[in-house]
Ligand binder design. Structure first.
Ligand code: NDP
Ligand code: 2IT
Length: 455
């Protein structure tokens, strides 16, 4: 293998590395994208830190510790046998047990889960809590399935996954398509098979070991990040118009915190289209959305009918003028053209609630225009941070109050902001939060890996 040598220029190093990675992981475009997004900052950093370079820490970090793939067979309500594929990517446990969500969505494949697990390793390091990185899921689509079908699928999925996880080994949680209902079925099955009541999953119900503030944590944290970025520039959220994509867990609590802080969120979306409410989504309308999405599992288009506003079928909300944007649906939902439209319309800040929602060319546009941009590994770290606090409470067999958890979440997000600023502030004082997050996240994992020797 060709090692990274300091004789090459920075761009040559990135090019050489990506050539090696792409050849080794053919066709895994989302994984390539995620590694590039970290590599553009970390590979040049290695030049100044030869101890990491000589130990090939970054190259080792692009190879997951292990990947588990398994068959998930289950019976639908009509009596037919269905077969799905289950995965767990145990990416890196240098600083703690593998930790990261499970995604149930028809698009799930190895490339997507490897990108998510890779990102998770840096994100979890950034929280300051002792958690390694992992991600898993299935190409199962919970949409349109009955509760009984979802239960049978979850039980079958856990019947295999249980042997690979544990409170000190690997602690999964929710992600797209995995919410309170799925976590409950998964935890119930784990408890039954392992005959152990442990903190093996996070995002559990409050009645059985869940933590206050976990449902809110990702969305609230994403807004706290924006608040801290604005404050760093002497500005604030109050009075600003915000656009939000998605209408799931992260989007709902992003909107909730925006309302609380006096901003005006005007859009939400799902995979079918977006609604535009120029008067602003208020507390009452948000309660309606929560009921729509959490109880009735309906479509966002119903909001347009209920409140008499515009619905844009098959479109994303990036053309709606705003000061602040919060992509909270999925990866690669903001293209270079979308980024340009946002900038043309006066957008001054983007905080990524979803994982890798901006294409690399979109990030380049935001950074060239020197607007505030927080990458997902910093902006949405509040969710896994409160998962880490759920693990701590489970280990101690007690539970903390909502106020205490909100205080912890607030402090963790501020700390992430400040560490990004330490490593990401450029000579003209522009804070490159992506660079800051990448380097701050990398150092802790790299130091642990160095200490362990070659493995
Ligand atoms: P949910 O399943 O609760 O909601 C997902 C939302 O995104 C839905 O509105 C869904 O619409 C929409 N969506 C999903 N896939 C697509 C797609 N391909 N195109 C357009 N819209 C889509 O998931 P979460 O809110 O939990 O997750 C949203 C994002 O946040 C993901 O990127 C996830 O990885 C990330 N995240 C989640 C955390 C958490 O704690 N839950 C923590 C950190 C990050 P529809 O219903 O039509 O599919
Ligand atoms: O992407 C993420 O950080 C999550 N889906 C949450 C992971 C967790 O373990 O809470």
């Amino acid at each position: 293998m060709v090692g990274i040598t300091s004789k090459l220029s920075q761009s040559e190093i990135v090019e050489e590395f990506m050539g090696w990675l792409e050849q080794r992981n053919p066709g895994e475009t989302e994984f390539h994208q995620a590694v590039y997004e970290v590599g553009i900052n970390v590979l040049p950093f290695l030049l100044e830190n030869p101890e990491y370079m000589e130990a090939e820490i970054f190259r080792r970090l692009t190879e997951p510790d292990r990947i588990i793939i398994f068959r998930v067979a289950w019976q639908d309500d009509a009596g037919n046998i269905q077969v799905n594929r289950g995965y767990r990517v145990q990416h890196n446990n240098a600083i703690g047990p593998y930790k990261g969500g499970l995604r149930f969505h028809p698009s799930v494949n190895l490339s997507i889960l490897k990108f998510l697990a890779f990102e998770q390793t840096f994100k979890n390091s950034l929280t300051g809590l002792p958690m390694g990185g992992g991600k898993g899921g299935s190409d199962f689509d919970p949409k349109g399935k009955s509760d009984a079908e979802v239960m049978r699928f979850c039980q079958s999925f856990m019947s295999e996954l249980y042997r690979h996880i544990g409170p000190h080994t690997d602690v999964p949680a929710g992600d797209i398509g995995v919410g309170a209902r799925e976590i409950s079925y998964l935890f119930g099955q784990y408890k039954r098979i392992a005959n152990q009541f442990t903190g093996v999953l996070t995002g559990k119900g409050l009645a059985f070991g869940g933590s206050e503030m976990r449902v809110e944590a990702t969305g609230y944290g994403c807004v706290y990040m924006m608040k801290d970025m604005l404050k760093h520039r002497g500005d604030s959220i109050g009075g600003k118009t915000a656009i939000v994509s998605g209408s799931g867990n992260v989007a709902q609590y992003t909107v909730e915190k925006l309302i609380e802080l006096g901003a005006k969120p005007v859009t939400m979306s799902d995979s079918s289209g977006f609604i535009f409410d120029p008067a602003g989504i208020d507390e009452e309308k948000l309660a309606w959305i929560k009921e729509l999405k959490q109880q009735r599992r309906g479509r966002i288009s119903e909001y347009a009918t209920a409140f008499g506003v515009e619905y844009h079928e098959g479109k994303r909300p990036w053309g709606v003028p705003c000061q602040l944007a919060f992509p909270c649906a999925t990866q690669n939902e903001i293209s270079r053209e979308d980024a340009q439209t946002l900038l043309n319309n006066g957008c001054m800040g983007v905080s990524e609630g979803a994982n890798m929602p901006s294409e690399q060319a979109a990030i380049d546009r935001f950074q060239d225009a020197k607007i505030l941009f927080s990458p997902s590994k910093a902006a949405n770290a509040g969710g896994v941070a409160v998962s880490g606090l759920e693990m701590a409470q489970n280990s101690m067999r007690l539970s903390w109050s909502r106020d205490e958890l909100n205080r912890h979440l607030r402090e963790i997000m501020l700390d992430i902001h400040n560490r990004c600023a330490v490593y990401g502030t450029e000579s003209d004082h522009y804070v490159n939060y992506l660079k800051g997050a990448n380097i701050a996240g990398f150092i802790k994992v790299a130091d642990a890996m160095l200490a362990y020797g070659v493995m």
